[in-house]
Design a protein around this ligand. Structure first.
Ligand SMILES: [Mg+2]
Length: 212
């Protein structure tokens, strides 16, 4: 059984910086004042020490979320800016062509992560299973997905005997050294030291080797 790719989304597959601003602009278009409300809600929760990833637009948007997210998705898809990274697009194409198992494992508020992933990957024609988690230590999710009895990982009905994690931050790989049949790649411009021994630092996703 070949390995399953477990992909981080934000800043690994796509340039997600600036999308919060796009969402605020979209909300403002849908209803005057709504974008500002979102902006202030986010500023307040960040000032209170909340995690950046736990931005919950639904708290402010309520029933208007459906319309705002639909407009957001159309804006992102129609934008001149390419949000998906070129190396990510090559990797996803390779995965598709080779028929490899792959899932996105993303940390953050589900509604916001879903809006970004659907807007960016949907418009690029990629449809991957997504696991949403509010657990920052992703290895805990992976540990929970491992069946000792069957010797497989099962994530969102995709199963494989081993995993290849791909991310852009150290936090994506905390605890990786304790996972069975796991290895990882951290995409970072600098070569990082002190990584778990089964995690390798790479400059581009093109360096990922998929085993036969
Ligand atoms: Mg990331």
């Amino acid at each position: 059984m070949s390995e399953m790719l477990v992909l981080d989304f934000d800043k690994t597959l796509a340039d997600t910086d600036g999308l919060f601003d796009v969402l605020c602009e979209t909300a403002e278009q849908v209803e005057a004042g709504l974008g500002l409300e979102l902006f202030e809600y986010n500023a307040n929760r960040m000032a209170a020490g909340d995690q950046r990833e736990m931005f919950r637009p639904d708290v402010v948007l309520g029933d208007r979320a459906v319309e705002v997210f639909a407009t957001f998705s159309a804006l992102v898809a129609g934008s001149d800016k390419e949000y998906i990274f070129e190396d990510a697009e090559r990797l996803l194409k390779k995965v598709k062509d080779l028929g490899r198992a792959a899932v996105i494992l993303t940390f953050g508020d589900e509604a916001w992560q879903r809006a970004k992933i659907e807007a960016i990957l949907g418009s690029a024609g990629y449809d991957l299973p997504v696991v949403y988690t509010e657990e920052k230590i992703k290895s805990k999710v992976l540990e929970g997905a491992w069946s000792e009895e069957r010797q497989v990982y099962e994530l969102n009905s995709v199963s494989a005997g081993g995993i290849v994690g791909v991310g852009d931050e150290r936090s994506d790989f905390v605890g990786y050294e304790n996972l069975p049949n796991a290895r990882g790649y951290i995409k970072n411009r600098r070569q990082l030291s002190d990584l778990p021994e089964n995690v390798q630092s790479i400059g581009s996703l093109d360096e990922i080797e998929l085993s036969a």
